[in-house]
Write a protein that binds this ligand. Structure first.
Ligand code: 6R9
Length: 635
């Protein structure tokens, strides 16, 4: 597998410079190593950021599952591909070998074919973290169907809007799911969602919790008997380099989620390469990424990245606090995990607990620690470094997005000296740029601006499903000829990048991206609500929590207001999911608006942060008095 074997910072700069001088040769060499191509590409890259159109490895033919599975069978068929660690620690872990994975994926692929799924069809996957989940993804990829995984913590309404947006005819789910000591009625959520999805003809149901559930005739089918009858051989569908591999939804600045479309060859090369290098993967490593496969981190670094490298990847069904706060550390000890990749919100939550939870476990197998999803604060970084890595494990603070497919900015262990809160340097082949408010690129170091990427990389999303105009508008219109990430960043005097956070209407709560618009849309559906505005404020575990300013049609007494608060959070739970609930709800007479009617979120943000000393220019406001009133009543 390709590996630039960078040994020190000097070598990094050499490789980096080469990758920028001649990106096509750089990415061509990587693609040439160790993948199965059914047909070679005609051209490495064609692109136009104005349209925008991006094509990598044009005309190449391949199947990604052949690269994830079949390629490893000859030499490593018995090697464990997936270790399934169940929610309940007393349930036995399962070791799924590459050969077994092959058979399970083929059976599942045949079931999909038998249900009439063909190349290009969209399959919605709404499953907990059980082996059927990665198997379902790969089964889709095997036959050229496009998987659209919806995180199984989303509500029925969020699920149905995603099913309808990409017109899925089939949904794969389970009877229920476990979360700590709770059982969740997943199938019930699907039933409710599908009521408003006329296109769904089939629901395949995996058994997990053995809960009694209603099966709707002709629509719902138990998965296992179908798998048992299916053949364990399924020829891979030969795909074009630019055929879609999956759709994954992310929040945006309007109520409608954006279905980011990732394609086959570029994603494969990029993810295999970033996994190998950022985590310095070696033959017998045991890799654990604690994300859910419902998010991009799980797609890329639980499923595709590790399997493309023939690695062993852990699939963890549980949560960090069950049965106690030592669970992560217990799992690391039990499976001798070598690379551990998690989110700052989890680190902060665990850092609040007694050190006895980690001290009671042997963590000496660990070599590299990773962080992703939001900026990691200094305190959490040190806690992670001292208590988990024992100051022996480089921490890779990896910056990337659903849209970027894989990691773009990250230290390379043992080469890039790490500094807390810095994602450090771009990976070779990645060309970041910082822009000022006037749209000029900020040259040189010690600058602060909006984080863009000025040259394509193979793993980037190619479009938004069904809405290319929105793709162009969101990512390529703010700055001409640049991909705009929506994040702010600074480049320090040595060229290191530090991500400062979102500069748009997305708030990251416990590592989950939440658009303010869909939450406001949900709140505004409450009959008593006239208008609302959501902002984030710092929270010591979640990173950010949500603060809602709500104008009621009629102001009631405080008892009534308390009930309204509950109802508003209930509506949010139904529309989006419990992750989007508001921590604080302040009822207000008005909102700070410009004369053109735009809500000045900057002011609300400051109020929520309790930093009202300098609110900046409020003279353009329609009703400046309302600001004083909001400050006076703030929570
Ligand atoms: C992979 C993933 C993307 C947003 C991104 C940024 C934030 C991710 C970060 C980080 C600071 C890091 N983000 N990694 N911020 N440092 N290392 O999380 O994708 O769910 O799409 O979120 O997350 O704000 O724009 P996604």
């Amino acid at each position: 597998m390709s590996n630039y074997h960078i040994k020190n910072l000097e070598e990094y700069f050499q490789v980096y410079r080469k990758s920028v001088r001649d990106p096509e040769s750089f990415w061509e060499e990587i693609a040439e190593e160790n993948f199965i191509w059914r047909k070679r590409w005609e051209k490495v890259l064609e692109y136009d950021f104005k349209k925008p159109e991006i094509s990598w490895y044009k005309d190449a033919k391949l199947n990604i599952t052949e690269n994830c599975i079949d390629r490893h069978l000859y030499a490593h068929g018995d090697k464990t591909a997936i270790i399934f660690e169940p929610n309940d620690p007393s349930e036995m872990a399962q070791h799924i070998s590459y050969q077994e994975l092959h058979d399970r994926v083929c059976r599942f692929a045949n079931v999909l074919l038998n249900q009439g799924v063909t190349k290009g069809d969209r399959v919605c996957i709404y499953l907990p973290m059980i082996p059927e989940l990665p198997v379902a993804l790969l089964a889709c990829a095997r036959i050229g169907a496009i998987h659209s995984v919806v995180f199984a913590g989303f509500s029925s309404q969020a699920l149905s809007s995603r099913i309808n947006d990409s017109d899925c005819k089939i949904v794969v789910t389970s009877d229920g799911s476990y979360r700590g000591n709770k059982t969740i009625d997943l199938k019930g959520i699907v039933d409710e969602a599908v009521l408003s999805c006329p296109g769904v003809k089939t629901v395949l149901v995996a058994k997990r919790t053995n809960t009694e559930i209603a099966m709707i005739e002709n629509r719902d089918k138990w998965l296992q008997p179908l798998l048992d009858q299916a053949s364990n051989n399924c020829e891979p569908e030969i795909m074009d380099a630019e055929d879609p591999l999956f759709i994954l939804y992310t929040s945006g600045s309007t109520g409608k989620p954006k279905g980011m479309v990732h394609t086959t060859a570029g994603y494969m090369v990029f993810i295999a390469h970033t996994f190998k290098n950022v985590f310095q993967y070696r033959e017998n490593d045991i890799f654990w990424c604690t994300a859910d496969i419902g998010w991009v981190t799980g797609h890329s670094y639980i499923v595709y990245g590790p399997l493309l490298n023939g690695a062993t990847t852990i699939l963890f069904e549980g949560i960090p606090s069950y049965p106690d706060f030592g669970r992560f550390w217990e799992v690391i000890e039990k499976h001798k995990v070598t690379q551990f990749y998690t989110a700052p919100t989890a680190i902060r939550a665990l850092a609040k607990e007694s050190l006895e939870f980690s001290e009671g476990h042997d963590l000496s197998s660990l070599k590299i620690l990773g962080s992703v999803g939001e900026p990691i604060n200094e305190e959490a970084w040190h806690w992670y470094n001292d208590n988990i890595g024992k100051k022996q494990c480089p921490i890779v603070d990896t910056w990337w997005q659903t849209e970027t497919g894989g990691i773009l900015i990250s230290p390379i262990p043992y080469s890039t000296p790490t500094i807390p809160t810095y994602a450090t340097l771009p990976l070779p082949g990645v060309q970041p740029a910082l822009m000022d408010d006037e749209g000029r690129e900020l040259k040189g170091n010690q600058v602060n601006g909006r984080l863009c990427i000025k040259f394509p990389w193979p793993g980037m999303a190619r479009t938004i499903w069904g809405n290319h105009e929105r793709y162009k508008e969101t990512y390529f219109s703010t700055f001409e000829n640049y991909y705009f990430s929506g994040d702010g960043a600074l480049r320090d005097s040595t060229g290191y990048y530090r991500i400062t956070g979102r500069v748009d209407d997305v708030i990251i709560v416990s590592g989950h991206n939440l658009g303010t618009a869909p939450i406001e849309d949900a709140i505004n559906e409450h009959p008593a609500v006239a208008e609302s505005a959501i902002v984030g404020f710092p929270h010591d575990v979640k990173g950010n929590a949500l603060y809602g300013f709500v104008i009621l049609k009629e102001t009631g007494e405080s008892r009534v207001q308390d009930n309204l608060r509950k109802e508003i959070n209930q509506i949010i739970s139904e529309h989006i999911g419990p992750i989007a609930k508001l921590d604080k709800i302040q009822f207000t007479r008005g909102l700070p608006k410009t004369r053109s009617g735009k809500i000045m979120r900057r002011i609300l943000r400051k109020i929520a942060e309790k930093d009202t000393s300098n609110l900046g220019d409020t003279s353009t406001l329609l009703d400046p008095d309302v600001v004083e009133e909001i400050i006076k009543n703030s929570l």
